[in-house]
Design a protein around this ligand. Structure first.
Ligand code: DGJ
Length: 746
């Protein structure tokens, strides 16, 4: 058992080979944080890390005691208002108007394995020996509310999963849960840098780093979805941390709605990390007999720099968050018609693209937006999931059959959570959209948000979608979501429950996903929200891949895919080759670069193949051959970032297989430089004393043979003083250069 309980100290030590997480029950019967970091010896008492000292101008819990001051003590699930002036993890509003609670230790249990979280996505185990769990029960004697703090430590990686569950026993009075975070960790000191993944539509998940200062620094979402603006993740690093060395704490929330990720540095140099559902707009009425389960937060510690942290998330999320038959399978190479046709298609146009796609080796044809109702633009028909027979005379079943006759699988786009006013669904049920009574509603892209908190809405969507999926052979679904929530009010809920709507919305989305997965377990779902506005761990539980961004420009994609890889595995990152000039930026870039970027993702095409010259199609056929040859390695190997588009001027990354016998490196330079210095790219993850043969794909002959030590210490030559005088240049270089190197044990 990797959880040690020292009874005399009331101390719990969760440990595995790499990390320790030590907490204790303190004298106020609440849970204190003693240590989180690299592995410590077991069978030791760490209660000396409970730091108490007499101070003026603070508050103490016990009469006659000038030491136990909650604001200075590192805690695990601090409550509002009783001496801790930092932001709390929990706030309970009681019938008498008080927000002061006293959740005190009652009992605990330690067990093998990991329980599921009702109605919520979460990491899981397949065998009980993969993880051990600790559940600590606390109770408020006055309002009788019970709190169960759940901790799971995984045997094979430096990660601890946490969540909280509130129970209001029968025969008591209701409480309002105003704040219920998933995780609070108080870390010692303030000498940290905070890393966040932030951006906006079409420029999601840039890596942003800042030194922590005293006070609160936070990111979050109040848009109803995790959002393109901030990802539900933050990392704290010690100064000097690089991709390969240094201490990193990662905090990631397995949730797809509003969130708060926050670091608060006190003026006594303690750093509190909070992660969970955003308290703004949240208030949950916990009636007798009811339970509130928070989402799961996954805390990671690595001493091996950012890559170390990312690799823990990649493996855990790929193997024990994603589920279903697609979890371990290389992903199909697809063609999507969106950027090829937008709404302007008919069956023949689609089949012309599908035919070309088959010829070059594509495996899956995906029909995007515009196939249903009267939808020829974005003003109409969301909510009416029946095929437009003018565009598709044989319906979805007819088109699917014709696509399959070509030898391709068939995939289909839905945007279930939305409705246009011009739709049968809205005309029949105007009450089914989120709106406040007698007030106007905001629209986004001419559409309105269905109230997923209502079971009848989920039921209606399930029935419509299941009918389409039953009627045709569909092996892939792209689930889109193209606007944020506003006027978040449910006509179906009483006034005191309106603070639940944001969360109930997310639960409704999860419920619909789960019902469809139960009914169609073999369908590969790809999540999407105007590109990457809901690229989060919650979604990965249902859809093992996500469309990373509506920006398909290769140069921009380097940044987006680089940032995304901080938390998410390559197998989850939807990446397509699109047209040049690029649809979003008008940028012209070579097909090679577009392909070399997209192969580090799920890979596919999104342009009108029927309009391309034969030489482009031939080059694409080669890209597909390459992807088929290496996709197992790329999508399931160990991924390392090597050079950052945000700081290095070039981008590079690589994947290495489990045996460390084979690797693939991607190197990308957007802008060329003349008379530049020599540059070399040190690699990672190779065995030092093994000799490897290196080949630059697409270039004749070997690049050379080198030991792993040479490749990691010296690296590959990526710039040889590139000369602007053509007859003197060893090799002509240009803007938008990319290279793929294949490395294999000799
Ligand atoms: C936004 C998505 O990100 C695009 O790929 C496409 O599916 C459109 N929506 C369709 O409306």
């Amino acid at each position: 058992m990797a959880i040690e309980y020292k009874k005399d100290d009331r101390q719990f030590h969760l440990y595995n080979r790499d990390i320790s997480y030590v907490i204790s029950i303190m004298q106020n019967e609440q849970v204190g944080q003693l240590y989180f970091g690299a592995r410590l010896p077991i069978n030791r008492s760490y209660t000396y890390l409970l730091e108490t000292a007499p101070r003026y101008m603070t508050s103490y819990s016990f009469e006659g005691d000038w030491a136990f001051s909650p604001e200075h003590i590192r805690q695990e699930y601090p409550a509002y208002g009783a001496g801790d002036y930092r932001q709390p993890a929990v706030e309970l509003l009681q019938e008498n108007g008080s927000r002061i609670s006293g959740l005190r230790y009652v009992s605990h249990r330690i067990f093998s394995g990991k329980p599921t979280l009702e109605g919520l996505p979460a990491t899981y185990v397949e065998e009980d020996d993969e993880a051990d769990s600790l559940e600590i029960c606390l109770k408020d004697d006055l309002c009788q509310t019970e709190l169960y703090l759940l901790y799971t430590i995984f045997a094979g990686c430096g990660a601890v999963a946490r969540s909280a569950r509130f129970v209001q026993p029968q025969g008591t009075t209701p409480v309002m849960v105003d704040t219920a975070m998933s995780l609070c960790v108080d870390l010692p000191g303030r000498d940290y840098e905070m890393v966040q993944l932030s951006g906006a539509w079409a420029r999601e998940r840039s890596v942003i780093t800042r030194p922590l200062q005293q006070g609160i620094q936070s990111i979050g979402s109040r848009r109803g979805i995790s959002s393109a603006n901030h990802n539900p993740f933050l990392a704290l690093t010690r100064p000097g941390c690089t991709e390969h060395v240094g201490q990193v704490y990662g905090f990631s929330l397995v949730y797809s709605g509003n969130f708060l990720a926050q670091a608060e540095v006190t003026t006594h140099d303690e750093t509190r990390v909070l992660l969970g559902i955003h308290p703004d707009g949240f208030c949950w009425q916990l009636a007798p007999g009811q339970t509130l389960q928070t989402p799961e937060a996954v805390a990671v510690f690595s001493s091996n720099g950012y890559n170390g942290m990312s690799q823990i998330y990649h493996r855990l999320y790929q193997n024990r968050l994603c589920r279903g038959p697609w979890r371990d399978k290389p992903r199909p190479i697809l063609i999507n018609n969106w950027e090829a046709t937008y709404f302007g298609f008919d069956e023949e146009k689609l089949l012309a693209i599908a035919q070309k796609a088959k010829q070059i080796g594509v495996e899956l044809f995906v029909l995007d937006d515009g196939w249903f109702g009267k939808r020829d633009d974005d003003t109409t028909s969301l909510g009416d999931w029946q095929a437009n027979l003018e565009k598709l005379p044989g319906g979805i079943a007819g088109l699917a059959k014709r696509v399959q006759a070509l030898g391709l699988d068939f995939g289909l786009w839905f945007e279930p959570e939305m409705v246009n006013k011009d739709s049968e669904l809205y005309r029949a049920h105007p009450d089914w959209v989120l709106h406040t009574p007698q007030r106007p509603m905001c629209h986004g892209r001419n559409q309105y948000v269905l109230d997923m908190a209502r079971p009848e809405v989920v039921e209606c969507l399930y029935t419509q979608m299941a009918a389409v999926l039953d009627g045709a052979s569909v092996s892939y679904v792209k689930w889109d979501m193209n606007r944020c929530l506003t006027e978040v009010y449910s006509a179906a809920l009483p006034p005191q429950r309106q603070g639940e709507v944001f969360h109930r919305y997310v639960l409704g989305v999860y419920a619909l996903y789960q019902r469809l997965l139960d009914r169609f377990p073999d369908i590969l779902f790809e999540s999407c929200a105007s590109g990457g506005a809901r690229f989060d761990p919650g979604m990965l539980y249902y859809a093992p891949q996500a469309w990373a961004s509506d920006d398909t420009d290769a140069a921009q994609r380097l940044e987006i895919q680089y940032g995304t890889s901080f938390v998410y595995p390559v197998s989850s990152i939807g990446a397509h080759v699109s047209a040049s000039p690029n649809e979003q930026l008008g940028r012209v870039s070579p097909l090679k670069m577009r392909g070399d970027v997209a192969v580090f993702g799920t890979f596919g095409y999104e342009l009108d193949l029927a309009k391309l010259p034969p030489e482009d199609l031939a080059e694409m056929a080669q890209q597909i051959t390459l992807m088929k040859q290496y996709r197992q390695l790329i999508q399931f190997g160990r991924f390392y970032r090597l050079a950052s588009p945000f700081v290095d001027g070039v981008t590079a990354w690589m994947v290495v297989n489990g045996e460390q016998t084979e690797a693939l490196v991607g190197w990308y330079r957007v802008l060329n430089a003349v008379n530049a210095p020599f540059s070399r790219l040190p690699l990672a993850g190779l065995l030092p004393d093994v000799e490897y043969v290196v080949e630059e794909l697409g270039q004749p002959g070997e690049y050379g043979a080198f030991t792993g030590r040479e490749l990691t210490q010296i690296g590959l030559l990526t710039g040889d003083g590139s000369c602007g005088i053509p007859h003197m240049a060893k090799q002509r270089t240009t803007d938008f250069m990319s290279r793929l190197y294949h490395i294999v044990k000799k």
